[in-house]
Design a protein around this ligand. Structure first.
Ligand SMILES: NC(=O)c1ccc[n+]([C@@H]2O[C@H](COP(=O)([O-])OP(=O)(O)OC[C@H]3O[C@@H](n4cnc5c(N)ncnc54)[C@H](OP(=O)(O)O)[C@@H]3O)[C@@H](O)[C@H]2O)c1
Length: 190
């Protein structure tokens, strides 16, 4: 527990913050130990929101169980147009419980770009302001009603500028989202 407190205090020093907006328990490591401490810090005004994270489909059941038994503000997990396991229960559970969601691995660690290499974007994507594959992948996620935020990773400033555009323009509705997932599922046949 002391090591966890030290690590969080170091993060606050490095980021020069007296109050951290969101503190997340990474990969559920020792979450039962850290949660009471985070609650004390929240009460003291040192942090505003508390969250838990993981990034594998096999963690979703546990994330849901914890959300249902503990009061949390945020849950972070993996979800993308090809890895849609979170659509089975987790996204709906977060919405029901009023827990904000942060989506990691939105490009399946970059593998989605390999999947669509040399493949055409469908013409209808333009109607929803998706003129690149990154916008197609990110808008699929952002248009889910239970998604609060998506955190694509990049070390490339051109990619970062492209990805930010997903926060603007039109978003697809439910019918178009189904069409998008179907298009990607059938890509190998194009
Ligand atoms: N348990 C956890 O809390 C947990 C676990 C895993 C990940 N995360 C977080 O989730 C976030 C997502 O990271 P991730 O590593 O899982 O991968 P990701 O966002 O699914 O994919 C990142 C890959 O996509 C490429 N990429 C990004 N934008 C692109 C674009 N516009 N065009 C072409 N390629 C593009 C990047 O390459 P370039 O660098 O060349 O752009 C990189 O190889 C990170 O912030 C990470 O810290 C959290």
């Amino acid at each position: 527990m002391q090591a966890g407190i030290h690590e969080m205090e170091e993060s606050m020093k490095k980021m020069k913050r007296q109050c951290m907006d969101l503190m997340q328990i990474h990969n559920l490591v020792d979450w039962k130990t850290h949660l009471p401490q985070l609650r004390r810090w929240k009460e003291a005004g040192k942090i505003r929101y508390i969250g838990i994270t993981h990034s594998t489909d096999s963690s979703h059941e546990e994330l849901e169980r914890i959300m249902r038994s503990e009061k949390l503000d945020f849950v972070q997990f993996n979800y993308s147009i090809t890895y849609r396991h979170a659509e089975k229960r987790l996204l709906a559970a977060a919405a029901d419980l009023g827990v904000a969601t942060i989506i990691n691995r939105p490009f399946a660690e970059g593998s989605l770009f390999k999947k669509v290499k040399d493949k055409p974007l469908p013409a209808w994507a333009q109607e929803y302001d998706m003129d690149s594959w990154s916008l197609f992948f990110l808008k699929y996620i952002l248009s889910h009603p239970a998604v609060t935020c998506v955190i694509p990773a990049t070390g490339n400033s051109v990619h970062a500028a492209e990805n930010v555009k997903a926060g603007t323009g039109k978003l697809p509705g439910e019918e178009v989202r189904k069409k998008m997932a179907g298009y990607i599922d059938n890509l190998s046949f194009l």
